[in-house]
Design a binder for this molecule. Structure first.
Ligand code: PLP
Length: 448
């Protein structure tokens, strides 16, 4: 039943809200009445388990009492202050973040989100090296502002072109659909690094200031780098005087069971960009974690960049509270446990059970299920960048999930399992059972 309140939300939205990444007349966003933990609900009280954690940012779930309390307390003390002044929570959060990132990091430049974090990381790298070109991967997403969308290696860039001509794209590892025709992870690492080095040499190492890589490619497929790949990238950056920027906007702050995903790959970047999980998006916040060497470079040189809301106290207070919750509730251990004991065995079982499941991969609470028409040929269930009628089989999967009370993350021919990190085992198993049933719907469509 449609309530008057819901009708008003819908009417205002349709008349006055201009939405991201949409044909405005083709959408009808669902009005949301509330949320708690890993669920949110509509105006009829229908509840959805949030298996995308909104946009993979809601790491501590909806309405976490400690985060809400931090906003209230900070609002009572000092709701805002400009970035040129020193502020207690801003400094406290910067110290917590640099400590968590590792001893080679000294400072944090705060931004409003992930795109501007990448913009500013690239700006720093260009100034530090005196070299302008930046390399980034195909199958990547780095944000929708000017440089960040140029760096992006997926169709969201196409509609924004012509893009920054100083960006060079390259293929990263993707063992299931190897661009290097490799026969497994070891060869994938070897060939991907060989190809990257050739690209650097042919582009001219003397022109390349930075390589920007999502530590684990997020929206474009939860592509966990095979062993040794990131170490190899680090070595190439050292060899050719290139700044290694790790985009940890999606994977940072616990998504993989580490505070930062690079920490499982025995590698230390020069700059790390973050957003989303730093404070679960309760108040917009992102930033760049800066190595000691790059921070010192700016000790006697001006950094030509800034944002009115850099290090906003409300946002930083939620960040500080987030660290408290991680510590108190053992979030990282919970993520590892849920990933290893619950998600991984269930998803791997689907490889046998479901004709439409071609590949499953991931770590912690960050997994992709890649759907195919045919396991042998690996033909994707829907074409790359499918929309409209072409995307119908995925739309049917999404509809089946939603009808059963789960809000899935779906992109091209994949669904991702990336719920809030606070999800309980019962909720996780319930959600996976819903996906299991929805996959059966896809299987059936394949055989008719
Ligand atoms: N980098 C990655 C890896 C992301 O996943 C995103 C957003 O999804 C961004 C950057 C951009 O962040 P924002 O939307 O906060 O600008």
């Amino acid at each position: 039943m449609t309530t008057e309140e819901e009708a008003l939300v819908r009417a205002n939205d349709r008349s006055h809200v201009f939405h991201s990444w949409s044909v405005q007349g083709a959408i009808n966003p669902m009005p949301v009445a509330g949320g708690l933990g890993s669920e949110f609900w509509d105006y009829d009280g229908k509840r959805y388990l949030d298996f995308g954690a909104q946009l993979v940012n809601l790491n501590l779930g909806h309405q976490h009492p400690a985060l809400i309390a931090a906003i209230h307390a900070q609002a009572d003390r000092l709701a805002t202050i400009q970035p040129a002044l020193a502020n207690d929570v801003r400094g406290e959060l910067a110290a917590l973040v640099t400590d968590a990132a590792g001893e080679s990091f000294a400072k944090v430049f705060f931004t409003n989100g992930g795109a501007d974090a990448n913009e500013n990381a690239v700006r720093m790298a260009r100034l530090f090296t005196g070299k302008r070109k930046v390399m980034a991967m195909y199958r990547s997403y780095h944000g929708s502002t000017s440089t960040a969308i140029s760096l992006t290696g997926d169709p969201r860039r196409w509609a924004n072109e012509p893009s920054d001509p100083s960006v060079v794209h390259f293929h990263g590892p993707y063992p299931y659909r190897s661009p290097f025709y490799s026969d497994g992870p070891e060869q994938e690492t070897e060939r991907a690094l060989e190809y990257l080095e050739q690209t650097i040499v042919l582009e001219g190492a003397a022109t390349i200031g930075a390589i920007l890589i999502e530590t684990i490619v997020g929206t474009n497929g939860v592509l966990v780098p095979p062993p040794g790949y990131l170490k190899g990238v680090r070595a190439l950056c050292d060899k050719y005087g290139i700044v290694y920027i790790a985009d940890e906007v999606m994977v940072g702050f616990g998504r993989t069971g580490e505070m930062f995903a690079y920490q499982a790959h025995d590698v230390v970047p020069d700059l790390v960009t973050f957003a989303k999980g730093i404070n679960s998006g309760y108040v917009p916040l992102g930033g760049v974690i800066i190595s000691r060497a790059i921070a010192e470079y700016f000790d006697d040189k001006m950094f030509p960049g800034g944002l009115t809301y850099s290090g906003h106290p409300l946002a930083c207070a939620v960040g500080v509270a987030t660290f408290g919750v991680f510590e108190r509730d053992g979030i990282l251990a919970h993520v590892k446990d849920m990933g290893e004991r619950v998600v991984e065995p269930i998803l791997k079982g689907w490889l046998e059970k479901h004709p439409c499941v071609g590949d499953v991969r991931g770590v912690g609470l960050f997994w992709a299920i890649e759907l195919v028409k045919d396991k042998a040929t690996r033909e994707p269930l829907v074409p790359f960048n499918a929309s409209g009628a072409d995307a119908a089989p995925m739309a049917a999967f999404v509809a089946a999930c939603k009808a059963a009370g789960l809000w899935p993350f779906a992109h091209f021919n994949r669904t991702h399992v990336c719920p809030p990190l606070v999800i309980t085992e019962e909720e996780l198993r319930r959600g996976l059972a819903i996906i299991d049933d929805a996959l059966t719907v896809v299987d059936r469509a394949l055989t008719v």
